[in-house]
Design a protein around this ligand. Structure first.
Ligand code: SRM
Ligand code: SF4
Length: 563
């Protein structure tokens, strides 16, 4: 499908309705029409097929084994026990028996059949969650730092993230009609077209992503975002936010016109200006983003093409106010802090490690069951982290033992038994569900990490928490260009190797090897880790060592992602 068609499909979609109702009713196929596959994304639904059996089915002249991925939004990653139980039930009833936590603090269900989409979305709606705008050319799930030390600042920042998420949600009633009406959704399809006050008829040129970060933690990777808000604290209270613009990860192999970019600071806003800032930036991207080329349509390119000064002027003209001077902020880390932590309000929070965000019952750890049991007794809430983990938050001191007992019984908390390397690592979904994957990620990373642990031992670096992020293609879903070691799928069993990002998410890495197989990856890493072991200064992180000893690795070079 040509890129231009997506614009046409949006325009002619009658506020995202298209022919989805007919596609759902077509019992002759488990798939939906090609145009509807574009529109279903705006409703949080992706048509996929099992790539493990694609070729075999093709040879037997069978249609692909179609099913759907559903993504449920969780603004700020905050999820009540009731909501968790509903997600768990959907995973077991209609999906493949696993629950997937994403790198943007959302839930994903894989393997849902066409006929089970409506009941799944209705079950999500019943606990006041939705999948609208979880995907598509709109603002996506709004992220927020998970477990900051300052609870007052966190409370207000999550509230701001939640309010902005609602403010930027599409207004179309199509979602309600198609998925939630108990009939077949036909009656209202002819109703008057909806008005989208922020998006207009053609929505945005491309996806748009927002994150709220609370220093010193940059777990959300705020500089990877189209729009970011960095909380500025004053005497334990939220003073406002430094506003960042123009970050993004997506790259296409071999296309030098595509590259990852770090966001830049535009100015400072007060908490009551958050929605106005968001709306203004989004409408600027709506009107100036490149709609003729989807590979050049992200806001990062709009900012780059027009410049920060132009953006500031355009912002002031539209918003009717100027942003303030940015305030100082310092980030220290993008990782999660595992185990129990107490916050200033005397509540306790337990951060649990989930390998690549995939929650399942398997030998050694009955994670899905254990978390279900926790949800049944939890008086606080769950918080999904941007590192694909989950926190059991807001637990009273006297309730900790009960949670610990469930955790022990189900083999849930493994963080003390795992290396810091493993605890920091991220992998995107990739095969077998992702249609864009060129190589494995989630299913392969655990094995590769064992071999990298071996290299660390060889160089007396055991216990070094070096960041490793792997993706099955260059789209960057696990934000690999912000990892000390980034592995980006190029072909089956082959990856581009990137090194040298900063642990606080403020410096991109750079490609050092292209299309490497496992042996080659390990050989290159062996060499760099050896140099690191000999030449590091004090407790210097691996990425910083590379940047210090190879200054060409610093900055945000456009060719960083290419040969
Ligand atoms: Fe992503 C597309 C999975 C976070 C950049 N991403 C996809 C699709 C939907 C494939 C597709 O279009 O058919 C993947 C579905 C795989 C599957 O089977 O589940 C997919 N992306 C994911 C998730 C589940 C990865 C994970 O392991 O957690 C993350 C879901 C986030 C969420 O809850 O909303 C996910 N994707 C990201 C991120 C990270 C982030 O947002 O912080 C990025 C890089 C940041 C950015 O957007 O710049 C990212 N995904 C992409 C891109 C490249 C966008 C670009 O600018 O070029 C695509 C492809 C596209 O949009 O054309 C993509
Ligand atoms: Fe799929 Fe590529 Fe995203 Fe991985 S990075 S989930 S392979 S689109």
């Amino acid at each position: 499908m040509s890129k231009f068609d997506v614009e046409k499909i949006k325009t002619g979609s009658n506020a995202l309705r298209g022919t989805l109702v007919d596609s759902l009713a077509d019992a002759a196929t488990g798939a939906i029409s090609e145009e509807d596959t574009q529109l279903s994304k705006f409703h949080g639904i992706y048509q996929q097929d099992d790539r493990d059996v694609r070729e075999e089915r093709r040879q037997r002249y069978l249609a692909p084994d179609h099913s759907f991925m559903i993504r449920a939004r969780v603004p700020g990653g905050v999820c009540t026990p009731e909501q968790w139980l509903a997600m768990d039930a959907i995973a077991n009833t209609w999906a493949n028996g696993t629950l997937r936590l994403t790198t943007r603090q959302a839930f994903q269900f894989h393997g849902v059949l066409k006929g089970d989409l409506r009941p799944s979305l209705q079950a999500i709606d019943a606990v006041l969650m939705d999948t609208l705008a979880a995907c598509g050319d709109v603002n996506r799930n709004v992220m927020c730092t998970t477990l900051p030390e300052l609870s007052a600042v966190h409370r207000d920042t999550v509230a701001a993230a939640d309010a902005l998420s609602a403010h930027l949600s599409p207004q179309t009633t199509a979602y309600h009609e198609i998925w939630l009406d108990r009939g077949d959704g036909r009656e209202q399809v002819v109703s008057a077209p909806d008005v989208e006050p922020i998006y207009g008829k053609t929505y945005l040129p491309r996806k748009f992503k927002v994150a709220f970060a609370i220093p010193p933690q940059n777990d959300v990777d705020v500089f990877a975002h189209d729009l970011g808000y960095v909380a500025v604290e004053d005497n334990g209270q939220l003073a406002g936010f430094n506003v960042t613009v123009g970050g993004g990860m997506g790259v296409t192999h071999g296309d030098p016109a595509t590259y990852p970019l770090l966001a830049q600071v535009l100015g400072f806003c007060t908490p009551d200006q958050v929605n106005a800032v968001g709306e203004t930036i989004v409408t600027i991207q709506r009107d100036f983003g490149d709609r003729s080329n989807r590979k050049h349509a992200r806001f990062k390119y709009t900012v780059e093409d027009h410049g920060l000064e132009w953006l500031r002027e355009e912002f002031e003209r539209r918003a009717g106010f100027a942003l303030g001077k940015p305030r100082p902020h310092v980030f220290t880390d993008t990782g999660d802090r595992y185990g129990w932590q107490e916050t200033e309000d005397g509540r306790w929070h337990l951060l649990l490690f989930i390998q690549s965000g995939r929650i399942a019952d398997h030998a050694g750890a009955r994670q899905l069951t254990g978390l279900r049991e926790i949800a049944k007794v939890l008086k606080g809430e769950f918080r999904l982290t941007p590192n694909q983990n989950v926190a059991i938050a807001n637990v009273a001191a006297e309730d900790r033992d009960a949670i610990d007992a469930i955790i022990r019984e189900h083999g849930l908390d493994t963080h003390e038994r795992l290396s810091p390397l493993r605890l920091r690592a991220l992998a995107c979904v990739a095969l077998p569900t992702c249609s864009l994957a060129m190589a494995e990620a989630e299913r392969y990373l655990p094995d590769l990490l064992g071999k990298v642990e071996g290299l660390l031992s060889r160089h007396d670096l055991d216990g070094e928490g070096i960041g490793v992020r792997m993706t099955g293609c260059p789209n960057g879903c696990a934000r690999p260009y912000l990892s000390e070691i980034g592995l980006v799928g190029k072909a089956p069993g082959h990856y581009n190797l990137h090194l040298g990002a900063a642990v606080d998410g403020t410096r991109l890495n750079r490609m050092v090897g292209e299309n490497l197989d496992e042996q080659e990856i390990l050989a290159v890493l062996d060499d760099w880790l050896g140099r690191f072991a000999k030449g590091r200064s004090g407790g210097e992180p691996f990425g910083d060592f590379i940047a210090r000893t190879h200054p060409e690795f610093t900055g945000a070079p456009k060719e960083a992602a290419h040969a």
